[in-house]
Design a protein around this ligand. Structure first.
Ligand code: GRF
Length: 231
C-alpha cells in the first residue's frame, strides 16, 4: 500500500484553507474561529456550509464575514447531487480541507477529497458511533453501558458514518453521577483542544495515512513523544 503524505504542498508558506460544515449550534465553528483569532491555528475559514437554513451557528460566520452557503438535502433529487453541490462549493473556495463541525448529513466523498474531509465525534471510536449516534444520545449510551472513560475522536471521513482513519483521540474520565449533559460538557472541552490540534498537525504536513492507520510525524529537530502542539 502506498504511503500517502497528505496535502503538504505550499502549506508551510500560506494559511490552510478550511471549509467548515455545520447543521446547528456551531460551537465547534466558534472554537475554530477563536483559535484562529488567537493565532493558535495557521488556518483560515474560506466558507461555511450549512445543511439547514437559519441555524444559530451561522451567526459566527456572519460575525467574521465568512461566506455562507446553505445546501439542504431536500433541494436535490439524489444523494449524489446533494454531495456534488457541497464539494463544488469547496472546490470553488479552493478549500484544502473540509471540516465537519456538528454536521449531521452523510456525504459521498469524491476522489479528490479522499482524506481531506475531517469529523469530530464525541466518543472514543469504535464505541458509541455510527448512524444515529449524535448529540447526547452518544453520552446516554456511554453512561448506560457503564464505561469509565469516554472522550472524542478526530477522524477522516469515508463513505460511512464514523468509520474513517483516526487522526487523534482524547480520553475523558466518566464520573459517578454524570448525566449526559455533564459528560457532554467535559467531552466538548476535550473536543475544543483535539480538533484544532489535528488541523494544525495537518497544516504542518505531519500526517500520513497507510490503509486505515494514521501516522503523526514528529516536528523537525524533535524526538517523537515531545509534543510541541499543546492546545
Ligand atoms: C459535538 O458533539 C461534536 O462531537 C459533534 O457535533 C457536536 C457539536 O456540534 N460533531 P456544534 O458544533 O455545537 O454544532
Amino acid at each position: 500500500m502506498v504511503l500517502q503524505r497528505l496535502w503538504v504542498k505550499k502549506t508551510m508558506v500560506r494559511k490552510f484553507r478550511l471549509a467548515v460544515f455545520i447543521s446547528g449550534t456551531g460551537r465547534t465553528l466558534k472554537n475554530l474561529i477563536d483559535r484562529i483569532r488567537a493565532g493558535q491555528l495557521s488556518a483560515e475559514i474560506v466558507v461555511v456550509v450549512s445543511s439547514v437554513a437559519n441555524v444559530v451557528g451561522l451567526q459566527y460566520a456572519e460575525g467574521e464575514s465568512i461566506p455562507i452557503e446553505i445546501v439542504e438535502r431536500s433541494s436535490f433529487d439524489s444523494f449524489s447531487e446533494f454531495s456534488d453541490a457541497n464539494f463544488s462549493i469547496c472546490r470553488a473556495a479552493r478549500a484544502d480541507y473540509v471540516v465537519l463541525a456538528g454536521y449531521l448529513r452523510r456525504l459521498e466523498i469524491p476522489k479528490d477529497f479522499e482524506n481531506r474531509v475531517l469529523n469530530i465525534h464525541p466518543s472514543l471510536i469504535p464505541s458509541f458511533c455510527g448512524k444515529g449516534y449524535y448529540g447526547n444520545i452518544v453520552h446516554s449510551k456511554a453512561l448506560e453501558y457503564g464505561v469509565k472513560v469516554s472522550g472524542c475522536t478526530v477522524h477522516f471521513v469515508d463513505q460511512e458514518y464514523d468509520t474513517g482513519p483516526i487522526i487523534l483521540q482524547k480520553a475523558v474520565e466518566v464520573y459517578e453521577g454524570d448525566t449526559p449533559d455533564s459528560l457532554n460538557d467535559r467531552v466538548f472541552a476535550a473536543e475544543c483542544q483535539a480538533y484544532p490540534e489535528a488541523i494544525e498537525l495537518l497544516a504542518q504536513g505531519r500526517v500520513s495515512v497507510k490503509g486505515r492507520v494514521v501516522k503523526i510525524a514528529p516536528p523537525k529537530d524533535q524526538k517523537r513523544g515531545d509534543s510541541d502542539i499543546d492546545f
